[in-house]
Design a protein around this ligand. Structure first.
Ligand code: 5FX
Length: 538
């Protein structure tokens, strides 16, 4: 373990990632080496919260929530594990965090004082049990706010007008629409609320023991921020709920120092009293940072509970039909564009269980042994209501090469069909918002699967690289902690690329096969036609 480098000597930077299924940590040294990783899985390690994949899926099929107290308990459990592992917590100079996007945490009046007064003699969980005005937080998997979305678009002059103002048309999971729903359906809980955090700013609030601001990048996922001015958009706030700005607090660029670690962490876990906290951001913005995407054409695919495709952009070009424009998390003047599919790893896993005997190796082998294009078979696997394309009715929609509906596919074809349709969809919708890859970086659990990487390379016709650690959200947060710390030290903004100049290169893992790419380019037309058909049926 090297202990000195140009970014400080003998100090460490911690990235935390409060994601859908787990909280993870990545500790980097001043030479950008990842020296420690740790995780707490919500379902397995905190079973008392009774989550499935970290969430509560409600019986209407649309509402999805998670208990915020579980995130509190998980943070404490994670830090305990790191202390038990003898991590040099006392030498961490800065911490930042990543959070699943769009989820909101509702804190009742008086919560700020409780945060300020945390004591090391009691657990975080015991001290924060009563601070929530809404016990179950809506999360990004929720799609129950169709009515509120339509109302926002109507009030602001249509889907394109909302996209032009906030970077995205009104989306069900975006926090503003979730806030509107809670205000309308549970007015007393809304009134009892002092602060509405995002999952990311809640994590920062826990760390500093005070209300931390929302960063502009994660704030772009709310349908509430003016994407160009990077301030709250008053027309959107007004349509959403009364007196909202005071409950949301400030919005700041991603490299902002939001405070020092609260004394609780020094007393309980031995953190350094001078350790600073940099604004936490969304998991996708943090992955963009972790994957160091700076040039147009450098595109990342993050394979997690959701699959996302994203890259940096100099100019925003918001679309009323797909994708999102966010403020860039590390370059205050730039943007990022992104497409999200909800049916990612959990859906692949379900097909793996049914068609590949619960084995990822077998799943990869089926992919490598079957022909690109699946003999014309195309399937849409909608285990959860889908975001891109918008399909609310769950189920599997299978088609033969002529576009005729089928009840089932021959053995093995579902494996290829689920992966091909996921990436054909990302190619189609990414292309529509200007994300044209010349090289792809893959991250997330499934980026270790060779069969999946081959389909990605062939569908996009671009080489695929991978990092040594698939954990880009936590690593991105650690890089952002270092970046914020460097900016603070220099007392001015330092380009993120300068801070990361010595980062280890990514490994090229797969080259595209030109013939297979040509098959997919032809197949995309049929895919698009069938996708329109499935969307129209919903
Ligand atoms: C992004 O817009 C999403 O909804 C998801 O990728 C979540 O951030 C997953 F945590």
């Amino acid at each position: 373990m090297k202990k000195s480098g140009k970014n400080g000597t003998g100090v460490y930077f911690l990235g935390l990632d409060s994601s859908t299924q787990a909280i993870k940590a990545a500790l980097i040294d001043s030479n950008l080496n990842v020296v420690h990783e740790q995780a707490v899985n919500f379902d397995k390690e905190l079973p008392e919260f009774k989550t499935q994949g970290g969430a509560h899926l409600h019986s209407d099929g649309l509402t999805v929530t998670s208990p915020p107290l579980m995130w509190v308990a998980a943070l404490e459990c994670l830090l305990q594990k790191m202390q038990d592992d003898k991590c040099p917590l006392d030498r961490i100079a800065a911490v930042s965090g990543s959070g699943q996007q769009h989820g909101s945490v509702w804190l009742r009046k008086g919560a700020r004082l409780t945060l300020n007064g945390l004591v090391a003699e009691k657990s975080l969980r015991d001290q924060l049990t009563d601070v929530f005005s809404v016990a179950d937080s809506p999360i990004w998997m929720d799609s129950s706010t169709g009515e509120q979305c339509r109302a926002l678009e109507k009030a602001l002059g249509g889907a394109q007008a909302v996209a032009n103002l906030t970077g995205s048309r009104a989306y069900e999971r975006f926090t503003g629409n979730q806030i509107a729903k809670i205000y309308q359906n549970r007015p007393s809980e809304y009134a009892a609320t002092e602060r509405i955090c995002l999952v990311s700013s809640f994590l920062a609030s826990l760390l500093i023991g005070d209300y931390a601001p929302i960063d502009t990048s994660d704030g772009s996922g709310m349908n509430l921020m003016d994407i160009r001015k990077k301030k709250w958009a008053s027309a959107a706030l007004k349509q959403t709920a009364p007196a909202l700005e005071a409950k949301l607090g400030e919005i700041v660029p991603g490299h902002t120092v939001v405070g020092k670690m609260h004394a609780f962490y020094r007393r309980k876990f031995g953190f350094n009293p001078d350790c600073i906290v940099i604004a936490c951001s969304g998991d996708n913005p943090c992955s963009l940072a972790g994957m160091r995407l700076q040039r147009t054409g450098d595109i990342a695919i993050s394979l997690g509970t959701s699959d996302t495709l994203f890259g940096s952009l100099a100019k925003p070009k918001p679309s009323a039909s797909e994708g999102h424009i966010f403020a860039n998390p590390v370059e205050p003047k730039a943007y990022m564009a992104m497409v999200v599919r909800k049916n990612g790893s959990l859906t692949r896993e379900r097909v793996r269980d049914e068609a590949a005997g619960k084995s990822w190796d077998k799943f990869a082998k089926i992919l490598l042994d079957t022909p690109p294009g699946n003999n014309g078979l195309i399937g849409f696997y909608v285990d959860q209501p889908e975001i891109t394309p918008p399909i609310m009715k769950t189920g599997v929609y299978r088609f033969d090469a002529k576009g005729k509906k089928l009840g089932k596919f021959p053995v093995g074809a579902d494996v290829r069909a689920v992966v091909e349709s996921q990436f054909l969809s990302l190619r189609l919708h990414g292309d529509n918002i200007g994300l044209k890859p010349s090289a792809i970086l893959a991250t997330g659990g499934a980026s270790a699967n060779e069969g999946i990487l081959k389909v990605i390379a062939d569908v996009f016709g671009a080489p695929v690289c991978v990092g040594e650690q698939p954990n880009s959200g936590a690593i991105g947060a650690a890089y952002r902690a270092m970046h914020g710390w460097e900016c603070r030290k220099a007392e001015k903004f330092i380009p993120f690329a300068d801070v990361l100049a010595d980062a280890p290169p990514f490994r090229k893992a797969m080259e595209p096969d030109r013939a297979a790419h040509a098959v997919y380019t032809k197949m995309l037309k049929q895919y698009e036609k069938l996708e329109k058909k499935v969307v129209a049926e919903n």
